[in-house]
Design a protein around this ligand. Structure first.
Ligand SMILES: [Ca+2]
Ligand SMILES: [Ca+2]
Ligand SMILES: [Ca+2]
Ligand SMILES: [Ca+2]
Length: 434
């Protein structure tokens, strides 16, 4: 039966699809990572500007830009920047010599103002003097087209170890990253143990963020840094117990460091103020610095966490209160793991992924899906559904929310989320939140 005309098809349970003034569903999800034919061009690791106009991401194997291809044989993808207003895409990792990078990029992130794209790469032809044979951190300026190697020692040479996972302040002035290099700041007491560094690109200075209580650096590695819009607050994760007083849980925690005061604070706390009883990780700070979202395997950050899985939480910096994000309508943790949280600029919305099937009333089966949590109401909204509110036919990962909270961008292998999808590779999609 080819039955659209019969009206007799029994529709599966559908999500609460946002509707326009006419009551018809909005076209909520659009493909971002288009190839030159307007079809799915592969894309992953999206990062959105504050106004959701600019999206940076990585892509490999398809031509997204005229005259440029990031070959499938390259070790890793290239970085791209799409202007969703003009529907144009540019290469954000142009080599300075040769036609192609000698290696791909990772950890692509855009500044909130949409001008600067930062990433890490092992390629040696993104900068003319990159001779260290290590991963470095780079910044691409959309307005000049220039790429700058950022992970340099005080003498201006590329650092003597691998640098990864940059994040950038609103205007691109401040960049945080972690590195095993020993010469970014003179005198590295923990040697090749990874530290978190803050670069002020205007002043040309690099400083250490993971300062231990004795004024040195944390004994164990500190990684996964995130920075506020003004560059004054940096979050990171560390298993080290020497960053703050009373960190006796022998687990990883998430911390916030205030640049002006030099103070570091542990955020992954119970209501009683103790460090959680399991690993906390993946902290992302809101643009205004008021909220920090993170994942945690601890079961005592909130009451009633009995799922035995990682959940997503948000710490309010002013009060220190920690709230459960990956929650069911009943307010308890979902029935499977949740990860990868990012707050909007004012911390009012938090996007995350979850494998749980009970976060929303609708069945979301066993794929990892993308959600948005609204702090004011406690509501969780399912993002990675089809235009009809049906489940996707593949996993969705790596969500990012624009600072204004208007869009969530994410990567998905599903091909039924929007027109022109593909199951051959991940693609970047934009979901209209409001
Ligand atoms: Ca290098
Ligand atoms: Ca070190
Ligand atoms: Ca700890
Ligand atoms: Ca849990």
């Amino acid at each position: 039966m080819l039955g659209l005309a019969t009206g007799a098809i029994v529709a599966p349970a559908t999500a609460a699809v946002p509707t326009g003034p006419d009551g018809q569903p909005l076209d909520t999800i659009r493909l971002v990572s288009q190839n030159l034919r307007g079809k799915a061009g592969s894309g992953d690791q999206p990062s959105a500007s504050d106004n959701a106009r600019w999206v940076a991401y990585d892509s490999q194997g398809e031509s997204l830009v005229e005259g440029s291809v990031c070959p499938a044989g390259l070790n890793g993808p290239c970085a791209y920047l799409t202007d969703r207003r003009t529907k144009t895409t540019m290469l954000a990792s142009p080599p300075v010599t040769g036609d192609q990078l000698t290696y791909g990029v990772d950890d692509v992130t855009i500044s909130a103002n949409g001008r600067v794209v930062v990433y890490a790469s092992f390629a040696d032809n993104l900068a003319v003097d990159d001779d260290n044979g290590d991963w470095d951190v780079f910044a691409f300026d959309r307005t000049t087209g220039a790429v700058e190697l950022l992970s340099r020692n005080p003498a201006g040479e590329p650092a003597n170890g691998d640098s990864f996972d940059p994040d950038v302040s609103r205007d691109g002035r401040y960049v945080v990253y972690h590195s095993s290099a020993r010469d970014l700041v003179p005198g590295d007491p923990n040697g090749p143990v990874k530290d978190v560094f803050l670069l002020d690109r205007e002043a040309g200075t690099t400083s250490v963020i993971n300062l231990s209580l004795d004024g040195g650096r944390s004994a164990l590695e500190s990684t996964a840094a995130s920075i506020s819009d003004d560059g004054q607050f940096v979050t990171f994760q560390s298993e080290s117990s020497d960053l703050v007083e009373g960190d006796d849980n022998a687990s990883g925690d998430v911390f916030v460091h205030e640049v002006a005061t030099g103070q570091t604070e542990l955020l992954s706390r119970t209501a009683g103020g103790d460090p959680g009883n399991g690993d906390s990780f993946g902290a992302m700070i809101s643009g205004d610095g008021s909220a920090v979202a993170f994942g945690s395997a601890a079961s005592d950050l909130v009451a009633g966490d009995a799922n035995g899985d990682s959940d997503v939480f948000v710490a309010d910096r002013a009060s220190g209160a920690v709230t459960l994000v990956s929650r069911t309508p009943a307010g308890v943790p979902g029935d499977w793991f949740s990860l990868t949280a990012q707050p909007s600029r004012d911390g009012s919305l938090i996007t995350f992924v979850s494998a749980a099937a009970d976060l929303v009333e609708q069945e979301t089966h066993s794929y990892v899906d993308v959600y948005v949590f609204e702090r004011a109401t406690g509501d969780v909204t399912w993002v990675s559904h089809t235009p009809d509110g049906l489940p996707p036919n593949g996993q969705s990962w790596r969500p990012t929310i624009s600072g204004d909270g208007s869009f969530v961008m994410f990567a998905s292998i599903a091909n039924n989320l929007a027109r022109d999808g593909s199951r051959r590779h991940y693609n970047v999609y934009a979901y209209r939140v409001s």
